[in-house]
Design a protein around this ligand. Structure first.
Ligand code: FAD
Ligand code: PYC
Length: 418
């Protein structure tokens, strides 16, 4: 299939054609015998990595291998909150790089990822919460990131339907607000990166599961797949909740626990909530999608597992939290529930870099918060693979920090209980 070139006239031409005649946005090539770089995992991070490898580093012989369909993992299962208000400088700079890429992403990809900077509130319900919020806002500002502390009165003025009563079980004492934060359309992010990578010559191969990593004398030589072996001297693994499974194929044990994380959407409503509200204390967060559904999430399910479902008590807990914050939603009917598998590290920060196997790189451990990092993660991982060395932004996030002890504790800023 011929690769697409996009022009200002494509939209007009397609508007007048029947949709069956639309050309596919990316090709479906058969895997070649070998590639310069193989990326395992066709989520947002893997596709972004391939795109930036091609665009920033001139790589042309690149494949993305996806066991299912692109964006079918956590990329298509998350609640799409984007923010960069992390506590420590190392994390703040990495997430802020991503925020800056988000701000130009639709134009860069020539694909509307529906990035909507509608603001993100992180609520505080105790004096300790408020001290933590003030500390984080100050740290954010020192790193040049927009952040402010807002009072219950200001929160109520902005979000009329929120419950700021002092009599609530967990009264709202204030919040941090990042106005540049918001949401994006998750599928569009995968599709936009896929189309752009494809147009730069990247092979996107779906239904291609990696079943083994070929390591010879401490070097990666290729991968085994359900569609045959593929040779490559450079392999980047970006498989979110399945990172430990892939690492084990190369004899590596990662400091990662895999947990289900659930989300829910309601029946569609008229616009009632034009911002994002998160509360780590009551364990719930909520926004309203452009379709009108309330998009709701909670903390992780406490047990380890690979089932993309989640347990009933977490559903109950999340609904209690949301109804406590927004009593008006008590009569809304929920429509769908699902889970994704998140890979949580001991310091709630990602692992992005090389491994003891030469030519084998891992990008994982984003846990409950990697959607917001999609462009930034792909950008630094592409640099790492192209140069066989980390970019200064991801240098602190190497696997070695778990032996040197240079951990970056972001449990608080992760804002989701785990
Ligand atoms: P994925 O999109 O999971 O992509 C990995 C891909 O690897 C998958 O498509 C999978 O099929 C493929 N794969 C696995 N094994 C193999 C194999 N052997 N061979 C080939 N392919 C393989 N983050 C935020 O920033 N904001 C949020 O609001 C937010 N909410 C969330 C809510 C939920 C319910 C969940 C589950 C996660 C949430 N996250 C959020 C986290 C975020 O979704 C992830 O960190 C991020 O999407 C990870 O992207 P990825 O591309 O690394 O992973
Ligand atoms: O990291 O902002 C976040 C988040 C929200 C919901 C899940 N993760």
């Amino acid at each position: 299939m011929k690769r697409q070139k996009y022009s200002a006239f494509s939209l007009l031409r397609n508007a007048f054609s029947h949709h069956e005649k639309w050309r596919q946005a990316w090709c479906h090539p058969e895997p070649r015998k070998s590639y310069d770089v193989v990326i395992v995992g066709g989520g947002g991070h893997g596709l972004a990595t391939a795109y930036y490898l091609a665009r920033e580093h001139g790589a042309r012989n690149v494949a993305v291998l996806e066991k299912g369909w692109i964006g079918g993992g956590n990329t298509g299962r998350n609640t799409t909150i984007v923010r960069s208000n992390y506590l420590w400088t190392e994390a703040a700079l990495l997430y802020e790089k991503s925020m800056q890429l988000w701000e130009g992403l639709s134009a860069d990809l020539n694909y509307n990822v529906m990035f909507s900077q509608r603001g993100v509130y992180n609520l505080g319900h105790s004096l300790q919460d408020m001290r933590e919020i003030e500390r984080r806002v100050t740290a954010n500002r020192l790193n040049g990131i927009d952040a402010e502390v807002v009072t219950p009165r200001e929160i109520k003025a902005a979000i009329g339907i929120i419950n700021t009563s002092r009599d609530a079980r967990y009264p709202i004492l204030g919040a941090s607000l990042q106005k540049r934060g918001g949401v994006a359309r998750h599928d569009a992010v995968a599709w936009g990166f896929a189309r752009a990578a494809d147009s730069l010559g990247v092979d996107i191969i779906q239904n291609c599961e990696v079943t083994g990593l070929d390591v010879v004398n401490g070097r990666i030589e290729g991968v085994q797949t359900n569609r045959g072996p593929i040779q490559s001297g450079r392999v980047g693994v970006v498989v979110a909740g399945h990172a430990s499974v892939l690492a084990a194929m190369a004899g590596i044990r990662l400091p990662i626990e895999s947990h289900p994380l659930q989300a829910y959407v309601s029946e569609p409503l008229k616009p009632v909530l034009d911002t994002v509200v998160m509360s780590g204390a009551v364990h719930g967060y909520i926004s309203q999608s452009d379709k009108g559904e309330l998009v709701v999430g909670a903390g992780i399910d406490a047990y380890n597992g690979y089932g993309q479902r989640g347990s009933f008590q977490t559903i109950e807990h999340a609904m209690q939290a949301i109804v406590e914050l927004f009593p008006v939603f008590s009569r809304v009917r929920m429509l769908r529930q699902w889970g994704g598998i998140v890979d949580v590290t001991p310091d709630a920060c990602p692992i992005i870099g090389g491994t003891p196997v030469e030519g084998l790189y891992f990008n994982c451990g984003w846990g409950t918060g990697g959607f917001k990092a999609t462009p930034g993660s792909g950008w630094v991982f592409a640099h790492t693979i192209a140069h066989d060395a980390p970019h200064e932004l991801n240098a602190p996030f190497g696997l070695e920090r778990f032996t040197t002890g240079a951990l970056i504790d972001e449990h608080g800023a992760a804002a989701v209980a785990h």
